[in-house]
Design a protein around this ligand. Structure first.
Ligand code: ATP
Length: 528
């Protein structure tokens, strides 16, 4: 159960306790109505008035408990939602997927979790409440006449057995909808990111058609899922109404005619039979809805149980060597580098050259452990895949070709909330030649969405300053100065070369004078 797994046990227990009172309301109503009929049949006004006072008082007390029930229920929903979101945020940030999968977690965090709330959590709460109502209603009806009740209960239970048949097709359609939903969110995100490109190339019509295509697929998936749930509901309801109501009602009439049951008892049974049938239908509906969230729950459990890196922490010591031997890289189905070899020692400066799309960025990501590689990769003679991911990550700072800036201050974008002294931050900014910008705008300057309020060169220097600030043993520089003028590019290279860190740089345009300063210049197109 989602609420038991992610909620506070104390809150769940209190809710179940209050559910008992909410559930008792229907039985209380039936007993009161039956009592009114008995008073009317006996022609006793005083008995009627006494019952009327008890009825009003009883309903007032039950309503007060119902109010408390609302608060407890909503607080429980809040706790469960928050715990799930915290868990997923942790999973996403700590052990999240590679960049190319970015739209999937976005869709999961928005659409899937919303569905989990409306179809999963809400259904569990309803089912719980309705189950208790059902128990009370059956107990009350047995008190009036057990045989008539039995007919009512059997009539109401039969449709439940049939509902099992609709489970699998509902599951299938829920899965198809979830996939289409993910694709829609992905293409919408892509479109919004590239809106200015679309407009400047007049690709509006194509963009609209593509978005329309994925929204059509999503809406179709939703319709198909709702069709299936709706169809199941309609026919379940037909079976429930005939077997659960008409047949037992007729049976009760026969019992009255036979003189076994009084009209007052029968009114009580009929009132309670409504509760029995309605609760069973609501429970079935809840179970159907809950079943649409099975896949989401599986993902959630996987996220909750994602264990920290099981590889043993080996003391790696200071970086000495990095070796790649017979390494092959792929991206999707595409084979990139094949049988690539590289040996470097700490402090080396390496320049990687190859035509666009050859796999240089992929190689840098693989070195940092953010993309897989086939072949032998060792750091200080230890196989990289034996190192905890965190340890490998901490060796590298990656200056990305397309840096990402948060919609936050300049200061935050440099430190990313890390714990650095002011002098360290100022020094990193100075080395990345950001000091003029800082003097002009200040650390609290808002960078805008993905650095919209900065120039391309300034964004690149924020990314460079991040790398200088963390001072990791290896700097992976992917076209790190492509947006800078020659003077700034030279100045940044001076800083890159001065610090004694290992530098592995990918650059298309680099002057012969700078090229000569690298320890190794590797042309990836040339076999060893
Ligand atoms: N997320 C991705 N999913 C699938 N394929 C990708 C992805 N990113 C890049 N590729 C493909 O992998 C190949 C290598 O890309 P990569 O970015 O490593 O090349 P590169 O040599 O750095 O290119 P450039 O010099 O243009 O930056 C390209 O063919 C590219 O289309």
């Amino acid at each position: 159960m989602i609420i038991w797994r992610y909620g506070r046990k104390r809150q769940v227990a209190l809710l179940v306790g209050l559910d008992l009172f909410v559930a008792a309301k229907m039985v209380f109503l039936a007993v009161m109505l039956s009592g009114f009929i008995a008073a009317a049949t006996a022609g006793s006004m005083s008995r009627f008035l006494r019952l009327a006072i008890i009825a009003v008082g009883g309903f007032a007390a039950l309503s007060l408990l119902g109010q408390w029930h609302v608060w407890v229920k909503n607080r429980l929903i809040q706790t469960v939602n928050l715990r799930i979101k915290t868990l997923m945020a942790k999973h996403l940030i700590d052990d999240g997927p590679l960049p190319e999968d970015a739209s999937k977690p976005l869709s999961f965090m928005t659409n899937d979790l919303k569905q989990l709330e409306t179809n999963g959590i809400a259904s569990e709460l309803t089912i719980l409440e309705q189950l208790l109502t059902l128990v009370f209603a059956i107990a009350g009806a047995i008190y009036f006449d057990w045989l008539t009740t039995l007919v009512f209960v059997v009539g109401a239970l039969l449709p439940m057995a049939v509902s099992g048949l609709t489970q699998k097709p509902i599951d299938r359609r829920a899965k198809a909808w979830s996939t289409a939903n993910g694709q829609y969110t992905g293409s919408l995100k892509d479109l919004l990111t590239g809106l200015d490109t679309i407009r400047s190339y007049h690709a509006n019509a194509v963009a609209k058609a593509r978005l329309n295509q994925s929204s059509t697929a999503m809406e179709f998936g939703l319709r198909k899922m709702n069709d299936m749930i709706g169809t199941a509901d309609v026919w379940m309801s037909f079976i429930a109404l005939t077997l659960g109501l008409l047949v037992p009602f007729g049976f009760g009439i026969v019992r009255i005619i036979s003189g076994v049951v009084t009209i007052a008892s029968f009114i009580g049974i009929v009132q309670l039979s409504n509760s029995i049938t309605n609760t069973l239908l609501t429970i079935m509906d809840g179970v159907n809805k809950w079943n649409t969230t099975r896949q989401i729950q599986v993902k959630l459990r996987a996220a909750a149980h994602s264990t920290p890196d099981a590889r043993s922490e080996q003391p790696l010591g200071a970086l000495q060597t990095i070796t790649l031997s017979e390494v092959t890289l792929s991206r999707g189905d595409k084979r990139l580098l094949k049988n690539f070899n590289l040996t470097l020692k700490a402090g080396d400066k390496i320049l990687l050259k190859a035509p666009s799309g050859f796999g240089k960025t992929t190689l840098l990501y693989a070195l940092a452990g953010q993309l897989p590689l086939q072949g032998k990769y060792t750091i200080n003679c230890v196989a990289a895949n034996q190192l905890p991911a965190r340890q490998q990550l901490d060796l590298f700072s990656l200056i990305k070709q397309q840096p990402f800036l948060f919609n936050d201050t300049l200061g935050f974008n440099l430190t990313l909330g890390g714990n650095y002294s002011q002098s360290e931050i100022v020094e990193a900014a100075r080395r990345a030649h950001l000091d003029t910008l800082v003097a002009e705008k200040g650390w609290d300057y808002q960078c805008g969405e993905n650095g919209a309020n900065l120039s391309g060169g300034q964004i690149q220097r924020v990314e460079i300053a991040r790398a200088f600030l963390v001072k990791r043993p290896v700097i992976l520089a992917d076209e790190a100065t492509s947006a800078l003028d020659d003077k700034l590019s030279d100045a940044i290279h001076n800083e890159l070369f001065a610090a004694g860190q290992t530098v592995i740089e990918v650059a298309h345009h680099i002057s012969p004078a700078w090229e000569a300063k690298f320890d190794q210049v590797i042309d990836l197109t040339q076999p060893d």
